[in-house]
Design a protein around this ligand. Structure first.
Ligand SMILES: Cc1cc2nc3c(=O)[nH]c(=O)nc-3n(C[C@H](O)[C@H](O)[C@H](O)COP(=O)(O)O)c2cc1C
Length: 407
């Protein structure tokens, strides 16, 4: 998408630019990634917690098929869907190619579960029967490729685009500056139902599972925000009450889908109104619920240190949490086999790859074949990315927000 998303945040850094925050015209999904302190990184540690765990090992989960290896394609907004949210051939091919390229799990971009949740033009929808055929064709292609498949379920909340869905935006609190009004309790219940209905639609389409987008300050994450969510109807205030909407979605999806359906959750460990201690508590609680198959920590840089001054690496605050049967993933800056192996050594069960998978549709196959594999030099040309099944609208979107990625 060449034009900036109306109403999108324009002062947010992109994850691909960890050292040089710049205006990001189109990538409203990112939001305030580095809200205050600059990101600091650490040298890879040589401690080995992977205990012989290999990137090539299949990953069994509590429900559904084992992933064929430890690589998951990150949810990557690509703005290639039709205006009505149905899948295009370009978006189909972008994802199917990552399945053929060896990823254990292929995740779609954030897909809106209700029209009021749509946050940018060209966003994938999973909100009506009209979305089913394209999703079903994609699920089939991914299965044929040997990948496990998942749809990322998303609602933009106050960061949706009111101009796209007719507004106003929905939010746990009143936010006139975001054209958002506080949801009524009935609207919260309806939002929970929308997530559950979207998961059922994904299952009907033939997907192996869904991931709930609880990260990056979108609606589910907005409920977790202790700075602003002071609701008094049981959905705000204490941490337990701020978690309630997400808990109800998790329980609802589990109850409405079959025993082979995989349920994942993506969380921001720190930021967007979530101090590290609460990020740890929320992660601990959802890992302990026993209802999730996987939980992905969106770290922006797997080697990041906590921004609030806590010790060590961010990942170290999470890797030791009891996880029962839930598999823990990490995302951010994995650009080589060595990076990915390092993540397993920190205790991750799987590694989520974004930019690396844009640069190489077969990042997973390459990393599994070559311990010295590292992504190609950036920026790359449009032609190079076209050869990786990155369509023109995705190219425009990347060029608008990531000039150090594509020329
Ligand atoms: C172009 C682009 C689109 C993204 N879209 C989404 C998205 O739809 N949902 C989401 O949870 N994260 C999204 N992210 C964040 C990625 O999933 C990932 O966490 C982040 O890019 C860090 O991983 P990486 O350094 O391997 O790219 C996006 C990132 C990029 C670069």
């Amino acid at each position: 998408m060449a034009a900036p998303v109306p109403g999108a945040a324009t002062s947010q850094p992109s994850p691909a630019r960890r050292t040089r925050p710049v205006p990001l015209p189109a990538a409203s999904f990112l939001g305030v990634v580095v809200e205050d302190d600059p990101v600091t990184s650490a040298t890879p540690s040589s401690t080995s917690r992977s205990a012989g765990r290999s990137l090539a090992d299949p990953l069994s989960l509590g429900h559904g098929p084992a992933w064929r290896n430890r690589f998951a394609l990150a949810p990557l907004t690509n703005t290639q869907s039709n205006p009505d949210g149905t899948l295009t051939d370009d978006e189909h091919e972008w994802l199917a190619a990552r399945g053929r390229g060896g990823f254990g799990l292929v995740m779609t971009a954030a897909a809106y579960v209700a029209p009021a949740g749509q946050a940018w033009g060209g966003q994938l929808g999973i909100a009506s029967e009209a979305h089913l055929p394209g999703l079903a064709r994609l699920a089939e292609a991914l299965r044929e490729s040997g990948a496990t498949s998942s749809v990322q379920l998303h609602h933009g909340g106050q960061r949706a685009d009111a101009a796209l869905h007719g507004g106003p935006n929905q939010c746990p609190w009143d936010a006139p500056e975001k054209d958002a009004v506080a949801m009524t309790t009935d609207e919260v219940h309806r939002m929970v139902e929308d997530f559950v209905a979207a998961a059922v639609l994904a299952e009907r389409a033939g997907f192996d599972g869904v991931q709930l987008h609880g990260a990056h300050g979108y609606l589910l994450g907005q409920f977790l925000d202790g700075r602003r969510n002071h609701r008094t109807d049981g959905y705000g205030g204490s941490l337990a009450d701020r978690q309630r909407a997400l808990t109800e979605v998790v329980e609802g999806v589990r109850a409405a889908t079959g025993p082979d359906f995989q349920l994942g959750l993506r969380l921001t460990p720190e930021g967007f109104g979530i101090p590290l201690e609460e990020g740890v508590e929320t992660t601990r609680d959802f890992l302990a619920s026993g209802l999730l198959d996987h939980l992905d920590l969106s770290l922006w840089d797997v080697r990041m240190r906590p921004r609030g001054g806590a010790d060590g690496l961010l990942v170290e605050h999470f890797a030791g949490l009891p996880r029962g049967g839930t598999r823990l993933g990490v995302a951010g800056g994995v650009l080589s086999t060595e990076d990915a192996q390092w993540c397993l050594e920190q205790g991750a069960d799987f590694v989520t790859v974004g930019v690396g998978a844009i640069l190489h549709h077969d990042f997973a196959d390459r990393a599994l074949a070559d311990p010295a594999f590292r992504v190609r030099q950036r920026p790359v040309t449009r032609e190079e990315l076209r050869a990786e099944s990155v369509g023109d609208r995705f190219l425009d979107y990347l060029a608008a927000g990531w000039d150090d990625l594509v020329t």
